[in-house]
Design a protein around this ligand. Structure first.
Ligand code: ZN
Length: 156
């Protein structure tokens, strides 16, 4: 039997995997990254546009396919991180990563508040094979953001 919380988490993941928030590609992204999770077959192209000052994520776009966990994670992350400063996005990324590394242990209220719907992946962290699915989009966004910052520097 699943607990109420686990049921709620499953619903959030299922809904997000159908919603696919932010799906579609940009014409002129500042940065881009392509990531594959070979153990499951998930893949994603992640694109990002930064604000003029390079401190905020102004737009995130992606195209990908794979299991519902990977797709839901990308959708939720995109919705959460769009408009955030790189500093905030980095903090949320670290918190998410820490939760996924914690192998199913309970998360604090503070972490749950910070991660919003991404808390739903807490249960996924119990299954080592699925952790990469949940992290795929986050790793891709991180690389796309680094790529965008490099491109901006090169332009001067
Ligand atoms: Zn997967």
């Amino acid at each position: 039997m699943l607990s109420n919380l686990e049921q709620l988490y499953q619903e959030i993941i299922l809904d997000a995997s159908k919603e696919r928030y932010g799906e579609g590609l940009l014409e002129t992204p500042d940065g881009e990254s392509f990531q594959v999770n070979p153990t499951c077959g998930d893949q994603v192209t992640m694109q990002v546009e930064l604000s003029e000052d390079g401190e905020h994520i102004s737009e995130i776009a992606w195209d990908g396919h794979g299991c519902s966990i990977s797709q839901a994670s990308i959708s939720i992350m995109t919705q959460m991180l769009e408009g955030k400063s790189l500093e905030e996005a980095d903090k949320i990324f670290h918190e998410f990563r820490q939760m996924m590394d914690a192998r199913g242990s309970e998360i604090s209220d503070e972490t749950a508040d910070l991660l919003e719907d991404a808390s739903a992946f807490q249960g996924v962290s119990k299954f080592p094979a699925r952790i990469k699915c949940a992290l795929l989009g986050w790793m891709a966004l991180r690389e796309a953001t680094d790529n965008a910052l490099e491109n901006k520097e090169n332009k001067g």
